[in-house]
Unconditional design. Sequence first.
Length: 306
Amino acid sequence: MRPKAKPFVKWVGGKTQLIDSIKLALPKDFHQQKDLTYIEPFVGGGAVLFWILQEYPNISKAVINDINSDLIIAYKTIKENPYDLIIALKEIQSEYKLLKEENRKQYFLNKRDKFNTKSLSNIENTAIFIFLNRTCFNGLYRVNKKGLFNVPFGRYTNPKICDEQTIIANSEILQRVEILNGDFENTLKYATNNSLFYFDPPYKPLSQTSSFNSYDKQDFNDDEQARLANFCKKIDSYGYSFILSNSDVKGKNAADHFFENLYQKFNIKRVLASRMVNANAKKRGKLSELLITNQVVESIEYAKEF
């Protein structure tokens, strides 16, 4: 059995557990449509991307984008130079696993400093990017105001730094994908007559202390959320389909109508998701999230429990 393409990094807010609900939000005849273009302006870890391209081979064109340049360099490297990347990752993996536990943290910090020089080749940049993701605390990607990666060491016993089969499978899938690095609005010009946009933006925080959306030195604040909502209205006016996921702020505060006000003309559904990124283990677990779409949705069931 051939390995499946899947996310090659752990990414906060990954959508694996929402895929069943996203599938129910797709047009009923989606698997039969021709000349389909799939566009994902906030690709992140790519869970929906890899799933939808394998589930629906009738998608003839795919476009992904992200503001995070290191992430996009990684996608391009996996697409164009998977075997050179595997060699680089195996070298790091061998070096790391030979180290005693007390020396691994310093190795991690040295690689983090090197990564933050922003002067590496695409292959080395991606290899260190994946290494840091596999060995940093909680697999977070977070940067400071200068755009420098600042997540601390994670102390994993036996992290899988080189996932050779996934890299090769992903590279094959990415041959069908155009990869962009920039603002989400720039994706509009790549739409064709029959286009589906899936938006997974940095989520609106449920509290001041719950924000994990520093994927880039530019924060995705409420003004950006409103700009995205206006972009969705533009997409809808052009006749394109869209599905968008975001946090359910009303679950925290029943009087908070932020998303209802922004997306009042569209369908808003609540689904269950698992969120494991919290320093306090007692606060991890199930919560509701939003799926917003301009599609007619008769029913979206709660996502599967994991």
